[in-house]
Ligand binder design. Structure first.
Ligand code: HEC
Ligand code: HEC
Length: 365
């Protein structure tokens, strides 16, 4: 008799557990649907950008950018309301990865903070101009990591791994390594929305699928493109102090004022990790290329190839989080260095003159 009761109890427990999971799944599903249907409060940067590209729901879409630039009034297939909201959320994720604006609305769907460890990282710091960096005349810029141009090359072969990497996996790489974070699920709305936004950008700019554009990726600088002096830490450090420290701070740990990132960390706990392609020893051509084309902010393209490689070499010698391939010893060493660095810097603070405060605030566009 008691054996039968025990059996019944086991079945009941199982049923309750399974039923609970079912209710939880339904609840999560509903939550996601509510968020998908909710109006999106755009960041100021995204409000500007999407208005400029004339994003509205309708049967046809016509790009004001293409009309102004090429005088072509091409009609493309339009966007539905759900499409528009996905594009808007995608833009918000790139512009405000930390979700500073998301908190006010109480809707967290485009708040990607949960996938990122540091408090500085925003996709827009590297994929500048909210993934669509242009000069004052609206020209796209070489080596500016454009998301529009990378979508046009969607699912291309990856030069480093030789694998065909779908657009979703490329985003995941950036969460894990360049943002030193965690892997979002490949079918997460977060990934879906950024894909929708990138695809919209490439339509708004009239980029043709399968083509390579100059603004895609980084304008890489190999050692062979220098005067072959070799990469030099001492030269790099001097150049960093002269050209970068006023914004990015001592030891490149970034500068923050009133909780706002003025310039993001290039080293230390808030920076990209050792498995990111931005890390010089992993791929030595990317960081110099990024620096030469995109920095110092406001004075882009003023450094020589050699200078960019020297600075990249210096920055990459500063401690930063280990990636998933470095092993526990290197991870421990870097954690230790990152722990002792700030107090040491404070000790020597009085001996160094404070650089002039930076005028530009990250993410101000
Ligand atoms: C610290 C700089 C940095 C940050 C932050 C960053 N990325 Fe990237 N991203 C890169 C680099 C470098 C590449 C690789 C370029 C290459 O291989 O030529 C890249 C590549 C990509 C690609 C593929 C583009 C292409 O042309 O191959 C996508 C998509 C992407 N990132 C999305 C994101 C998203 C989404 C975020 C925010 C969660 C983000 N990135 C944050 C530096 C960064
Ligand atoms: C006027 C201030 C300023 C100067 C000078 C400056 N930067 Fe930046 N840097 C920024 C800001 C702000 C960002 C974020 C980009 C954005 O919001 O557009 C940034 C982003 C970066 C990034 C992207 C990576 C990340 O951490 O997200 C790198 C790398 C970088 N800077 C390197 C340099 C180097 C190297 C120099 C010196 C040659 C330099 N910067 C000089 C302000 C500056």
């Amino acid at each position: 008799m008691s054996a039968q009761i025990a059996k019944l109890a086991r079945v009941l427990v199982l049923l309750v557990v399974l039923g609970g999971l079912y209710v939880l799944a339904i609840h999560k599903h509903e939550q996601r649907e509510t968020l998908r249907r909710a109006d999106v409060a755009l960041t100021p940067g995204c409000a500007d950008k999407l208005a400029r590209y004339g994003l509205v729901a309708g049967e046809h879409y016509q790009s004001p950018y293409v009309l102004a630039k090429d005088g072509v009034a091409a009609k493309l297939r339009g966007y539905t309301q759900p499409d528009v909201r996905a594009i808007q959320r995608g833009c918000n994720i790139i512009d405000d990865t930390q979700g500073h604006f998301a908190r006010d609305t109480g809707l967290e769907r485009w708040n990607s903070k949960r996938f990122i460890r540091g408090s500085h990282t925003s996709c827009d710091h590297c994929h500048q101009g909210i993934g669509d960096k242009q000069d004052a005349e609206g020209n796209r810029l070489k080596g500016s990591l454009s998301l529009a141009a990378s979508w046009a090359m969607a699912d291309m072969y990856d030069r480093f791994t030789g694998l065909l990497l779908p657009y979703e996996l490329r985003q995941m790489q950036c969460y894990i390594n360049s943002s030193n974070g965690y892997k979002p699920n490949i079918s997460d709305d977060l990934i879906r929305d950024v894909t929708a936004y990138s695809r919209f950008l490439s339509a708004a700019l009239d980029l043709k699928i399968g083509n390579h554009y100059d603004e895609q990726g980084v304008d890489e600088i190999a050692a062979s493109a220098t005067v072959k002096q070799g990469d030099d830490y001492i030269r790099g450090e001097a150049l960093y102090k002269d050209k970068c420290q006023s914004c990015h701070g001592r030891q490149a740990v970034g500068t923050v004022a009133d909780g706002r990132v003025i310039a993001p960390a290039l080293a230390g706990p808030n920076a990209w990790n050792m498995q990111s392609r931005n890390y010089f020893y992993y791929v030595s051509t990317i960081l110099p290329g990024f620096i030469c084309r995109n920095m110092p902010l406001g004075q882009e393209n003023t450094l020589s190839n050699q200078e960019c490689r020297d600075i990249a070499y210096y920055i990459s010698n500063l401690p930063r989080p280990a990636g998933d391939r470095q092993g526990p010893l290197i991870a421990l060493q870097n954690q230790f260095l990152m722990a002792v660095m700030p107090p040491l810097m404070r000790l020597t603070e009085s001996q160094t003159k404070d650089p002039a405060p930076a005028q530009h605030a990250a993410g101000a566009r």
